[in-house]
Design a protein around this ligand. Structure first.
Ligand code: IMP
Ligand code: MG
Length: 171
């Protein structure tokens, strides 16, 4: 395991992004919608640095990608979402890779009668994006490597690492 972003650097950057978010939502009732499961660590650290009245909701998105199919179908599980009509939404995910997950979720949330939908990601992979979506808040731009830790997994493991790392063996 190689450390790509150490714990203290993540912490400083999350503090900075929280400041940007706080300024953007001053005086607006905010609902943060986290994308399970990868969002959890980022979400937990971020909300404790936001001095704003806010609500928290969760949604799950899973893609079925077979060995032969690229960019498979995305299934959105939104049973956990409260009524979001008229709410200002900040969608939070761990990483923007092709951008498909974020794009689908933004469209889905817009369809629920929300007042506005913006997006925040901890990581954005360079040179991987396939759909047009510009996240409003970005923690770090990273090279095209498979990363784990701080919520991100490989085969559902490594989410608990306090840093962002690159696995030695290819994913
Ligand atoms: P996208 O729809 O291609 O943007 O993919 C986003 C999702 O793929 C993220 O929510 C992650 O769950 C997963 N993902 C993409 N790249 C990585 C990575 O390097 N490590 C762990 N998960 C990743
Ligand atoms: Mg994910």
């Amino acid at each position: 395991m190689r450390v790509l972003i150490p714990e203290d650097e993540i912490s400083k950057r999350v503090e900075l992004v929280a400041g940007q978010i706080a300024r953007a939502y001053e005086g607006q009732p905010l609902t943060i919608v986290g994308v399970l499961t990868g969002c959890l660590v980022f979400l937990a650290d971020l909300i404790r640095r936001l001095d704003l009245p806010l609500r928290i909701a969760l949604v799950q998105a899973s893609s079925y990608r077979g060995a032969t199919t690229q960019g498979g179908e995305l299934h959105i599980q939104d049973d956990l979402l409260p009524d979001l009509k008229g709410r200002h939404i900040l969608l939070i995910d761990d990483i923007l890779d092709t951008g498909r997950t974020m794009k689908h979720l933004v469209d889905h949330l817009r369809g629920l009668g929300t007042a506005s939908v913006r997006t925040a990601v901890l990581l954005r992979k360079k040179g991987r994006q396939e759909v047009a979506i510009e996240p409003d808040f970005v923690g770090f731009e990273i090279p095209n490597e498979f990363v784990v830790g701080y919520g991100l997994d490989y085969d559902d493991e490594f989410r608990n690492l306090p840093f962002i790392g690159v696995l030695d063996r290819p994913a």
